[in-house]
Design a protein around this ligand. Sequence first.
Ligand code: SF4
Ligand code: SF4
Length: 453
Amino acid sequence: MVSASNFYSEDKGLFSRSLNSFLPSTAIVPIEEEKSQIPVEPVVSVGDVVAEGQIVAVGGGVNVHSPVPGTVSAIGGEQYANGKQGKAIRIKLGGKFSFVGKKRSRHDWRALGRDSLLQVIRMAGIVNTFKDMSTLFNEISTEERKVVFVRLFDDDPSRVVDSFVAENFSEKVIEGTAVIARACGAAAVVFAYEKQSAESRRIYRVSKDDGSPDQELFPGIAVLRVGVDGKHYPSGTALDLVFASRSASKALVKDNPDIAGCFEPDGFRDSSALFIDPQTALSAFEAAVERVPVMGRFVHVTGDCLNSAAILNVKIGTTLGEVAEQCGGFKKKLSRIVVNGIVSGVCVGSLDVPVSKFVKSVEFIPSAEVRFQSVENCVRCGQCRKICPVNLWPGNIYRVFRNVEDDDIHDFDDSKTVIESARLCIECGLCNSVCPSRLPLKQMIALAKSESI
Ligand code: SF4
Ligand code: SF4
Protein backbone atom coordinates (compact mmCIF):
# COMPACT_ATOMS: atom_id res chain seq x y z
CA MET A 1 0.00 0.00 0.00
CA VAL A 2 1.14 3.53 -0.74
CA SER A 3 0.18 6.56 1.33
CA ALA A 4 -2.20 8.79 -0.61
CA SER A 5 -0.09 11.79 0.34
CA ASN A 6 2.62 10.52 -2.02
CA PHE A 7 0.37 11.55 -4.87
CA TYR A 8 -0.66 14.97 -3.61
CA SER A 9 1.06 18.18 -4.47
CA GLU A 10 0.52 21.07 -2.13
CA ASP A 11 -1.84 23.11 -4.29
CA LYS A 12 -4.45 20.35 -4.42
CA GLY A 13 -6.41 21.21 -1.32
CA LEU A 14 -10.19 20.97 -1.09
CA PHE A 15 -12.25 23.66 -2.78
CA SER A 16 -15.16 25.29 -1.01
CA ARG A 17 -16.88 26.58 -4.14
CA SER A 18 -17.05 26.09 -7.88
CA LEU A 19 -17.18 28.50 -10.82
CA ASN A 20 -19.47 28.26 -13.81
CA SER A 21 -17.19 27.69 -16.77
CA PHE A 22 -17.23 29.85 -19.91
CA LEU A 23 -19.86 28.79 -22.41
CA PRO A 24 -18.28 27.06 -25.40
CA SER A 25 -18.56 29.02 -28.67
CA THR A 26 -19.16 25.64 -30.31
CA ALA A 27 -20.12 22.67 -28.13
CA ILE A 28 -18.69 19.35 -29.38
CA VAL A 29 -21.10 16.78 -27.95
CA PRO A 30 -19.87 13.14 -27.93
CA ILE A 31 -22.69 10.68 -28.59
CA GLU A 32 -20.97 7.28 -28.62
CA GLU A 33 -18.85 7.37 -25.49
CA GLU A 34 -20.62 4.50 -23.77
CA LYS A 35 -20.34 1.55 -26.13
CA SER A 36 -23.62 -0.29 -26.34
CA GLN A 37 -25.07 -2.98 -28.53
CA ILE A 38 -27.72 -0.50 -29.62
CA PRO A 39 -25.95 2.36 -31.43
CA VAL A 40 -26.64 5.93 -30.38
CA GLU A 41 -27.72 7.91 -33.45
CA PRO A 42 -28.22 11.64 -34.00
CA VAL A 43 -31.84 12.79 -34.32
CA VAL A 44 -30.81 16.20 -35.68
CA SER A 45 -29.20 17.24 -38.96
CA VAL A 46 -26.68 19.88 -39.93
CA GLY A 47 -28.43 23.27 -40.06
CA ASP A 48 -31.08 22.39 -37.41
CA VAL A 49 -31.69 24.95 -34.68
CA VAL A 50 -31.72 23.27 -31.24
CA ALA A 51 -32.79 24.41 -27.78
CA GLU A 52 -30.72 24.02 -24.62
CA GLY A 53 -31.61 20.58 -23.21
CA GLN A 54 -33.16 19.29 -26.46
CA ILE A 55 -32.48 15.62 -27.24
CA VAL A 56 -29.98 15.46 -30.12
CA ALA A 57 -29.15 11.73 -30.14
CA VAL A 58 -30.84 8.56 -28.84
CA GLY A 59 -30.10 4.86 -28.48
CA GLY A 60 -28.47 2.33 -26.18
CA GLY A 61 -30.60 3.36 -23.19
CA VAL A 62 -29.13 6.86 -23.11
CA ASN A 63 -30.32 10.18 -24.49
CA VAL A 64 -27.86 12.90 -25.42
CA HIS A 65 -28.99 16.52 -24.96
CA SER A 66 -27.77 19.77 -26.41
CA PRO A 67 -25.89 21.59 -23.61
CA VAL A 68 -26.45 24.98 -25.27
CA PRO A 69 -28.97 26.58 -27.59
CA GLY A 70 -27.62 26.92 -31.12
CA THR A 71 -27.34 25.52 -34.62
CA VAL A 72 -25.96 22.10 -35.56
CA SER A 73 -22.86 22.91 -37.61
CA ALA A 74 -21.38 19.43 -38.16
CA ILE A 75 -21.81 15.75 -37.28
CA GLY A 76 -18.71 13.57 -37.58
CA GLY A 77 -15.76 11.82 -35.94
CA GLU A 78 -13.95 13.45 -33.00
CA GLN A 79 -11.45 12.38 -30.35
CA TYR A 80 -13.08 11.68 -26.97
CA ALA A 81 -11.77 12.37 -23.47
CA ASN A 82 -11.59 8.61 -22.76
CA GLY A 83 -8.87 8.36 -25.43
CA LYS A 84 -11.19 6.80 -28.03
CA GLN A 85 -12.68 8.15 -31.25
CA GLY A 86 -16.37 8.44 -32.00
CA LYS A 87 -19.20 10.44 -33.44
CA ALA A 88 -19.97 13.92 -32.07
CA ILE A 89 -22.42 16.71 -32.86
CA ARG A 90 -21.05 20.27 -33.14
CA ILE A 91 -23.51 22.93 -31.97
CA LYS A 92 -22.67 26.59 -32.60
CA LEU A 93 -23.85 28.69 -29.65
CA GLY A 94 -26.74 31.09 -30.33
CA GLY A 95 -30.27 31.85 -29.13
CA LYS A 96 -32.08 31.84 -25.80
CA PHE A 97 -31.29 29.54 -22.88
CA SER A 98 -34.04 27.34 -21.46
CA PHE A 99 -32.25 26.46 -18.17
CA VAL A 100 -29.20 28.71 -17.58
CA GLY A 101 -30.17 31.69 -15.40
CA LYS A 102 -33.69 30.34 -14.79
CA LYS A 103 -35.05 29.47 -11.35
CA ARG A 104 -35.59 25.74 -11.03
CA SER A 105 -38.91 24.66 -9.55
CA ARG A 106 -39.30 21.51 -7.46
CA HIS A 107 -41.31 18.52 -8.71
CA ASP A 108 -42.66 15.82 -6.44
CA TRP A 109 -40.96 12.67 -7.72
CA ARG A 110 -42.17 10.63 -4.74
CA ALA A 111 -45.56 10.18 -6.36
CA LEU A 112 -43.88 8.34 -9.27
CA GLY A 113 -43.75 4.55 -9.46
CA ARG A 114 -40.65 2.53 -10.26
CA ASP A 115 -41.24 2.39 -14.04
CA SER A 116 -41.82 6.13 -14.26
CA LEU A 117 -38.60 6.82 -12.32
CA LEU A 118 -36.68 4.52 -14.66
CA GLN A 119 -38.00 6.54 -17.60
CA VAL A 120 -37.00 9.81 -15.90
CA ILE A 121 -33.45 8.42 -15.59
CA ARG A 122 -33.41 7.22 -19.21
CA MET A 123 -34.81 10.46 -20.61
CA ALA A 124 -32.30 12.61 -18.69
CA GLY A 125 -29.32 10.71 -20.15
CA ILE A 126 -27.79 9.88 -16.77
CA VAL A 127 -24.52 7.97 -16.74
CA ASN A 128 -22.93 6.25 -13.75
CA THR A 129 -19.34 7.45 -13.27
CA PHE A 130 -18.46 5.37 -10.21
CA LYS A 131 -15.76 3.80 -12.36
CA ASP A 132 -15.29 4.66 -16.03
CA MET A 133 -18.78 5.33 -17.37
CA SER A 134 -21.90 3.26 -17.89
CA THR A 135 -25.50 4.05 -18.73
CA LEU A 136 -27.44 4.12 -15.46
CA PHE A 137 -30.75 3.14 -17.06
CA ASN A 138 -29.17 -0.02 -18.53
CA GLU A 139 -27.54 -0.90 -15.22
CA ILE A 140 -30.73 -0.70 -13.20
CA SER A 141 -33.39 -1.76 -15.71
CA THR A 142 -31.80 -4.98 -16.94
CA GLU A 143 -30.65 -6.40 -13.59
CA GLU A 144 -32.08 -6.49 -10.11
CA ARG A 145 -30.24 -4.03 -7.82
CA LYS A 146 -30.95 -4.66 -4.17
CA VAL A 147 -28.20 -2.62 -2.48
CA VAL A 148 -26.99 0.80 -3.65
CA PHE A 149 -23.50 1.78 -2.43
CA VAL A 150 -22.64 5.50 -2.71
CA ARG A 151 -18.96 6.42 -2.54
CA LEU A 152 -18.78 10.00 -1.23
CA PHE A 153 -15.11 10.65 -1.94
CA ASP A 154 -12.62 10.37 -4.79
CA ASP A 155 -11.01 7.05 -5.58
CA ASP A 156 -8.00 8.76 -7.21
CA PRO A 157 -6.09 10.90 -4.69
CA SER A 158 -5.07 13.47 -7.32
CA ARG A 159 -8.65 14.69 -7.77
CA VAL A 160 -11.19 16.08 -5.32
CA VAL A 161 -14.35 16.48 -7.37
CA ASP A 162 -16.44 13.66 -5.86
CA SER A 163 -15.65 14.90 -2.34
CA PHE A 164 -16.51 18.42 -3.48
CA VAL A 165 -19.92 17.41 -4.85
CA ALA A 166 -20.69 15.21 -1.83
CA GLU A 167 -19.86 17.95 0.65
CA ASN A 168 -21.32 20.96 -1.17
CA PHE A 169 -24.50 19.33 -2.49
CA SER A 170 -25.06 16.77 0.24
CA GLU A 171 -28.85 17.13 0.45
CA LYS A 172 -29.21 16.77 -3.31
CA VAL A 173 -26.85 13.78 -3.33
CA ILE A 174 -28.92 12.09 -0.60
CA GLU A 175 -32.20 12.79 -2.39
CA GLY A 176 -30.75 11.74 -5.78
CA THR A 177 -29.66 8.48 -4.15
CA ALA A 178 -33.23 8.00 -2.93
CA VAL A 179 -34.47 8.46 -6.52
CA ILE A 180 -32.06 5.79 -7.79
CA ALA A 181 -32.83 3.43 -4.88
CA ARG A 182 -36.57 3.72 -5.54
CA ALA A 183 -36.04 3.22 -9.30
CA CYS A 184 -34.03 0.06 -8.52
CA GLY A 185 -36.47 -1.30 -5.97
CA ALA A 186 -33.48 -1.46 -3.57
CA ALA A 187 -33.76 -2.90 -0.06
CA ALA A 188 -30.75 -0.97 1.29
CA VAL A 189 -28.51 2.03 0.64
CA VAL A 190 -24.95 2.36 1.98
CA PHE A 191 -23.38 5.83 2.19
CA ALA A 192 -19.61 5.31 2.31
CA TYR A 193 -17.80 8.37 3.59
CA GLU A 194 -14.08 8.91 4.05
CA LYS A 195 -13.21 8.43 7.72
CA GLN A 196 -10.51 11.10 7.58
CA SER A 197 -12.84 13.82 6.24
CA ALA A 198 -14.45 15.70 9.14
CA GLU A 199 -16.91 17.44 6.81
CA SER A 200 -18.02 14.20 5.22
CA ARG A 201 -18.43 12.59 8.66
CA ARG A 202 -20.51 15.53 9.83
CA ILE A 203 -22.88 15.41 6.87
CA TYR A 204 -23.35 11.71 6.47
CA ARG A 205 -23.34 10.48 10.06
CA VAL A 206 -26.47 12.38 11.08
CA SER A 207 -28.46 10.13 13.35
CA LYS A 208 -32.15 9.64 12.73
CA ASP A 209 -32.96 11.45 15.99
CA ASP A 210 -31.11 14.50 14.70
CA GLY A 211 -33.48 14.91 11.79
CA SER A 212 -32.01 12.58 9.20
CA PRO A 213 -34.22 12.49 6.11
CA ASP A 214 -34.09 8.68 6.09
CA GLN A 215 -37.72 7.88 6.84
CA GLU A 216 -39.14 10.44 4.47
CA LEU A 217 -36.79 9.77 1.56
CA PHE A 218 -36.13 6.07 2.03
CA PRO A 219 -39.40 4.49 3.16
CA GLY A 220 -38.93 0.74 3.55
CA ILE A 221 -35.24 1.02 2.57
CA ALA A 222 -32.52 0.41 5.15
CA VAL A 223 -29.85 3.14 5.25
CA LEU A 224 -26.32 2.42 6.48
CA ARG A 225 -23.47 4.87 6.88
CA VAL A 226 -19.97 3.44 6.91
CA GLY A 227 -16.55 5.01 7.15
CA VAL A 228 -13.85 3.92 4.70
CA ASP A 229 -10.17 4.41 5.41
CA GLY A 230 -9.13 6.90 2.74
CA LYS A 231 -5.53 7.23 3.92
CA HIS A 232 -4.17 4.68 1.53
CA TYR A 233 -4.38 4.21 -2.20
CA PRO A 234 -6.36 2.51 -3.57
CA SER A 235 -9.40 3.20 -1.43
CA GLY A 236 -12.93 3.65 -2.65
CA THR A 237 -13.07 0.64 -4.96
CA ALA A 238 -16.23 -1.46 -4.91
CA LEU A 239 -14.32 -4.04 -2.86
CA ASP A 240 -13.31 -1.41 -0.26
CA LEU A 241 -16.93 -0.34 0.14
CA VAL A 242 -18.09 -3.92 0.57
CA PHE A 243 -15.36 -4.63 3.14
CA ALA A 244 -16.14 -1.46 5.10
CA SER A 245 -19.85 -2.38 5.26
CA ARG A 246 -19.51 -5.96 6.43
CA SER A 247 -19.98 -5.53 10.15
CA ALA A 248 -22.58 -2.74 9.82
CA SER A 249 -24.66 -4.93 7.50
CA LYS A 250 -24.85 -8.01 9.75
CA ALA A 251 -28.26 -7.27 11.30
CA LEU A 252 -29.65 -6.21 7.93
CA VAL A 253 -28.47 -9.39 6.22
CA LYS A 254 -30.02 -11.46 9.01
CA ASP A 255 -33.42 -9.98 8.17
CA ASN A 256 -32.82 -10.00 4.38
CA PRO A 257 -30.77 -13.10 3.49
CA ASP A 258 -31.36 -12.30 -0.22
CA ILE A 259 -28.89 -9.43 -0.08
CA ALA A 260 -26.11 -11.30 1.73
CA GLY A 261 -24.10 -11.63 -1.51
CA CYS A 262 -23.89 -7.83 -1.87
CA PHE A 263 -21.75 -7.70 1.29
CA GLU A 264 -19.50 -10.64 0.41
CA PRO A 265 -16.00 -9.62 -0.77
CA ASP A 266 -15.84 -12.81 -2.83
CA GLY A 267 -19.34 -12.64 -4.22
CA PHE A 268 -20.47 -9.03 -4.62
CA ARG A 269 -19.46 -8.84 -8.30
CA ASP A 270 -22.14 -11.39 -9.17
CA SER A 271 -24.66 -9.97 -6.73
CA SER A 272 -27.35 -7.34 -7.08
CA ALA A 273 -25.16 -4.49 -5.77
CA LEU A 274 -25.02 -1.14 -7.57
CA PHE A 275 -22.13 1.29 -6.99
CA ILE A 276 -22.55 5.00 -7.70
CA ASP A 277 -20.65 8.24 -7.08
CA PRO A 278 -21.99 11.65 -5.94
CA GLN A 279 -22.27 13.13 -9.46
CA THR A 280 -24.48 10.22 -10.54
CA ALA A 281 -26.77 10.87 -7.55
CA LEU A 282 -26.73 14.62 -8.25
CA SER A 283 -27.78 13.97 -11.87
CA ALA A 284 -30.68 11.82 -10.61
CA PHE A 285 -31.75 14.65 -8.28
CA GLU A 286 -31.66 17.19 -11.12
CA ALA A 287 -33.60 14.87 -13.42
CA ALA A 288 -36.34 13.84 -10.97
CA VAL A 289 -36.71 16.95 -8.80
CA GLU A 290 -35.77 19.77 -11.20
CA ARG A 291 -36.52 18.07 -14.55
CA VAL A 292 -33.11 19.03 -15.90
CA PRO A 293 -31.24 16.56 -18.14
CA VAL A 294 -27.47 15.98 -18.01
CA MET A 295 -25.81 18.92 -19.78
CA GLY A 296 -22.76 19.56 -17.61
CA ARG A 297 -20.27 18.19 -15.08
CA PHE A 298 -18.25 19.43 -12.15
CA VAL A 299 -14.62 19.09 -13.20
CA HIS A 300 -11.47 19.49 -11.10
CA VAL A 301 -9.02 21.43 -13.29
CA THR A 302 -5.44 21.43 -12.09
CA GLY A 303 -1.77 20.89 -13.01
CA ASP A 304 1.53 22.76 -12.70
CA CYS A 305 1.14 24.19 -16.22
CA LEU A 306 -1.85 26.30 -15.22
CA ASN A 307 -1.93 29.70 -13.58
CA SER A 308 -4.65 28.54 -11.18
CA ALA A 309 -6.65 25.46 -10.25
CA ALA A 310 -10.44 25.31 -9.85
CA ILE A 311 -13.56 23.21 -9.67
CA LEU A 312 -15.55 24.28 -12.72
CA ASN A 313 -19.16 23.56 -13.57
CA VAL A 314 -18.51 22.78 -17.23
CA LYS A 315 -21.00 22.42 -20.08
CA ILE A 316 -20.59 19.14 -21.96
CA GLY A 317 -18.82 19.89 -25.25
CA THR A 318 -16.51 22.62 -23.89
CA THR A 319 -12.97 21.91 -25.11
CA LEU A 320 -10.11 21.25 -22.70
CA GLY A 321 -8.38 24.33 -24.20
CA GLU A 322 -11.35 26.52 -23.19
CA VAL A 323 -11.27 24.98 -19.70
CA ALA A 324 -7.53 25.80 -19.38
CA GLU A 325 -8.18 29.40 -20.49
CA GLN A 326 -10.66 29.84 -17.67
CA CYS A 327 -7.92 28.86 -15.22
CA GLY A 328 -5.72 31.70 -16.46
CA GLY A 329 -4.02 29.78 -19.26
CA PHE A 330 -0.57 28.22 -19.13
CA LYS A 331 2.50 29.45 -17.29
CA LYS A 332 4.66 26.49 -18.40
CA LYS A 333 4.95 24.55 -21.63
CA LEU A 334 2.29 21.83 -21.74
CA SER A 335 3.46 18.27 -22.20
CA ARG A 336 0.60 15.99 -21.15
CA ILE A 337 -3.14 16.24 -20.50
CA VAL A 338 -4.43 13.61 -18.09
CA VAL A 339 -8.17 13.07 -17.67
CA ASN A 340 -9.66 11.57 -14.47
CA GLY A 341 -6.64 11.39 -12.20
CA ILE A 342 -2.91 11.09 -12.44
CA VAL A 343 -2.88 7.57 -10.98
CA SER A 344 -5.75 5.89 -12.77
CA GLY A 345 -6.69 8.29 -15.60
CA VAL A 346 -6.03 8.45 -19.33
CA CYS A 347 -3.81 10.70 -21.44
CA VAL A 348 -5.45 12.68 -24.22
CA GLY A 349 -3.57 14.19 -27.11
CA SER A 350 -5.21 17.53 -27.83
CA LEU A 351 -6.68 20.67 -26.28
CA ASP A 352 -9.55 20.36 -28.79
CA VAL A 353 -10.93 17.28 -27.01
CA PRO A 354 -14.33 18.10 -25.44
CA VAL A 355 -15.42 17.57 -21.85
CA SER A 356 -17.94 14.73 -21.82
CA LYS A 357 -20.10 12.98 -19.23
CA PHE A 358 -17.05 10.80 -18.47
CA VAL A 359 -14.76 13.64 -17.29
CA LYS A 360 -14.17 14.29 -13.57
CA SER A 361 -10.80 16.01 -13.68
CA VAL A 362 -8.24 17.38 -16.09
CA GLU A 363 -4.57 17.77 -15.18
CA PHE A 364 -2.24 19.83 -17.39
CA ILE A 365 1.31 18.58 -16.84
CA PRO A 366 4.54 20.34 -17.89
CA SER A 367 7.37 18.45 -19.57
CA ALA A 368 9.61 18.57 -16.49
CA GLU A 369 7.18 16.22 -14.71
CA VAL A 370 6.81 13.69 -17.49
CA ARG A 371 8.58 10.36 -17.41
CA PHE A 372 8.13 8.76 -20.78
CA GLN A 373 6.56 5.34 -20.94
CA SER A 374 8.08 2.82 -23.29
CA VAL A 375 7.54 -0.78 -24.19
CA GLU A 376 10.82 -2.25 -22.96
CA ASN A 377 11.52 -5.52 -21.26
CA CYS A 378 10.34 -6.55 -17.85
CA VAL A 379 13.40 -6.91 -15.59
CA ARG A 380 11.42 -9.06 -13.14
CA CYS A 381 12.13 -6.92 -10.15
CA GLY A 382 8.81 -7.95 -8.56
CA GLN A 383 7.85 -4.38 -7.57
CA CYS A 384 4.49 -4.59 -9.33
CA ARG A 385 3.66 -7.83 -7.52
CA LYS A 386 4.57 -6.32 -4.17
CA ILE A 387 2.36 -3.27 -4.61
CA CYS A 388 -0.71 -4.82 -6.28
CA PRO A 389 -3.59 -4.50 -3.76
CA VAL A 390 -5.38 -7.57 -5.13
CA ASN A 391 -2.26 -9.75 -5.14
CA LEU A 392 -1.85 -10.12 -8.89
CA TRP A 393 1.50 -10.33 -10.60
CA PRO A 394 1.01 -7.61 -13.22
CA GLY A 395 4.38 -8.21 -14.92
CA ASN A 396 3.50 -11.85 -15.43
CA ILE A 397 0.08 -11.10 -16.94
CA TYR A 398 1.75 -8.51 -19.15
CA ARG A 399 4.37 -10.96 -20.39
CA VAL A 400 1.90 -13.75 -21.05
CA PHE A 401 -0.57 -11.44 -22.75
CA ARG A 402 2.08 -10.05 -25.03
CA ASN A 403 3.25 -13.60 -25.82
CA VAL A 404 6.76 -12.78 -24.76
CA GLU A 405 8.95 -15.82 -25.26
CA ASP A 406 10.07 -16.53 -21.78
CA ASP A 407 11.11 -19.90 -20.41
CA ASP A 408 10.26 -18.88 -16.84
CA ILE A 409 6.65 -18.54 -17.82
CA HIS A 410 6.28 -22.28 -17.30
CA ASP A 411 7.04 -21.73 -13.61
CA PHE A 412 3.61 -20.18 -13.35
CA ASP A 413 0.08 -21.33 -14.01
CA ASP A 414 -0.80 -21.93 -17.62
CA SER A 415 -1.27 -18.83 -19.76
CA LYS A 416 -5.07 -19.06 -19.82
CA THR A 417 -5.28 -18.96 -16.02
CA VAL A 418 -2.82 -16.09 -15.91
CA ILE A 419 -4.85 -14.06 -18.42
CA GLU A 420 -8.06 -14.88 -16.56
CA SER A 421 -6.58 -13.54 -13.33
CA ALA A 422 -6.67 -10.11 -15.01
CA ARG A 423 -10.40 -10.04 -14.18
CA LEU A 424 -9.51 -9.28 -10.56
CA CYS A 425 -7.59 -6.13 -11.52
CA ILE A 426 -9.25 -3.01 -10.11
CA GLU A 427 -7.29 -0.76 -12.53
CA CYS A 428 -5.73 1.31 -9.76
CA GLY A 429 -2.56 1.92 -11.80
CA LEU A 430 -0.17 1.31 -8.88
CA CYS A 431 1.82 -1.24 -10.89
CA ASN A 432 2.52 1.40 -13.55
CA SER A 433 3.76 3.80 -10.91
CA VAL A 434 6.49 1.47 -9.59
CA CYS A 435 7.65 -0.31 -12.74
CA PRO A 436 11.28 0.67 -13.46
CA SER A 437 10.83 -0.33 -17.12
CA ARG A 438 7.85 2.07 -17.40
CA LEU A 439 5.68 -0.67 -18.88
CA PRO A 440 2.00 0.20 -19.55
CA LEU A 441 0.87 -2.62 -17.23
CA LYS A 442 -2.56 -1.34 -16.22
CA GLN A 443 -3.52 -0.60 -19.83
CA MET A 444 -2.35 -4.01 -21.09
CA ILE A 445 -4.09 -5.80 -18.22
CA ALA A 446 -7.33 -3.90 -18.96
CA LEU A 447 -7.05 -5.17 -22.53
CA ALA A 448 -6.42 -8.73 -21.31
CA LYS A 449 -9.43 -8.39 -19.00
CA SER A 450 -11.75 -7.25 -21.79
CA GLU A 451 -10.61 -10.12 -24.00
CA SER A 452 -10.97 -12.75 -21.27
CA ILE A 453 -14.60 -11.87 -20.43
S1 SF4 B 1 -3.74 -1.87 -11.94
FE1 SF4 B 1 -4.47 -3.97 -11.54
S2 SF4 B 1 -2.65 -5.23 -11.69
FE2 SF4 B 1 -1.95 -3.09 -11.44
S3 SF4 B 1 -1.64 -2.85 -9.24
FE3 SF4 B 1 -3.74 -2.16 -9.69
S4 SF4 B 1 -5.01 -3.99 -9.38
FE4 SF4 B 1 -2.89 -4.71 -9.52
S1 SF4 C 1 7.63 -3.78 -11.93
FE1 SF4 C 1 7.93 -3.80 -14.17
S2 SF4 C 1 9.98 -4.64 -14.44
FE2 SF4 C 1 9.37 -5.13 -12.31
S3 SF4 C 1 8.42 -7.20 -12.44
FE3 SF4 C 1 6.77 -5.72 -12.67
S4 SF4 C 1 6.59 -5.44 -14.89
FE4 SF4 C 1 8.56 -6.37 -14.54
